[in-house]
Design a binder for this molecule. Structure first.
Ligand SMILES: N[C@@H](CCC(=O)N[C@@H](CS)C(=O)NCC(=O)O)C(=O)O
Length: 208
């Protein structure tokens, strides 16, 4: 049994989606970030940077923090969405999510959605970077069905939740034909629907 420490955010959804896709039994322990529960000493023992998501695999007695590392761990363990022969390309798209897509779009959320009007520089900078990322993903998905090739992989599972915040971005997902096609196809998967709403049963995936 997997214990998932999470909150209702894109990084949290990644792991809910993966666990639903691989059909593992899991229990969710909510970490309320608005109450600073990520700083609780018990949680800090399993999350050195005080962030969700974290999993404890009670079957194998393993703790894993960092969503990319968790996806690799679960992909390896289940033998799903992380095919050995495709790892070089999957790893690149997964790391692009971890190092660029998530952190940059996260800043766009901070400046444009949560704190608009506070910093013209920050708003413009991250709006521009987020729009660039939409274009770059669209270009990739013009030539490839999924991010790492013809199969759905942990790279898509890591990236999709960030696009699921497209309404906050004000970039216009529907204008990016290939990115929209990919987004909508993944939105139809049962694992995505369940993983998106595992912390909020009323959550509905926003369509472009
Ligand atoms: N690189 C980390 C980022 C995780 C992350 O930023 N988690 C946020 C919520 S989406 C968090 O826990 N923030 C609380 C904090 O930083 O205090 C991962 O992918 O797991």
């Amino acid at each position: 049994m997997i214990e998932l420490f999470s909150a209702n955010t894109p990084n949290g959804w990644k792991i809910g989606i993966m666990l639903e896709e691989i059909g593992y039994e899991y229990k969710v322990t909510k970490v309320d970030l608005s109450k600073d529960e990520q700083f609780n000493p018990e949680f800090v023992k399993i999350s050195p940077f005080r962030k969700i998501p974290v999993i404890i695999d009670h079957e194998d007695n393993k703790t894993v923090f960092e969503s990319g590392a968790i996806l690799m761990y679960l992909g390896d363990k289940s033998g799903k969405f992380y095919d050995k022969k495709d790892r070089l390309v999957i790893n690149q798209w997964l790391m692009a999510q971890m190092g660029t897509i998530g952190p940059m779009i996260g800043q766009h959320h901070q400046f444009h959605h949560y704190n608009s009007g506070k910093s013209e520089f920050g708003e413009e900078r991250y709006f521009k970077i987020a729009r660039r990322i939409y274009g770059e993903l669209d270009a990739r998905l013009k030539e490839s069905k999924f991010l790492a090739g013809s199969d759905y992989t942990i790279a898509d599972i890591a990236t999709w939740p960030w696009m699921a915040r497209h309404e906050w971005h004000d970039i216009g997902l529907k204008n990016y034909k290939n990115l929209s096609r990919w987004y909508l196809e993944i939105a139809e998967r049962e694992g995505t629907v369940k993983g998106f709403s595992f912390m909020d049963k009323n959550a509905k995936i926003p369509k472009p």
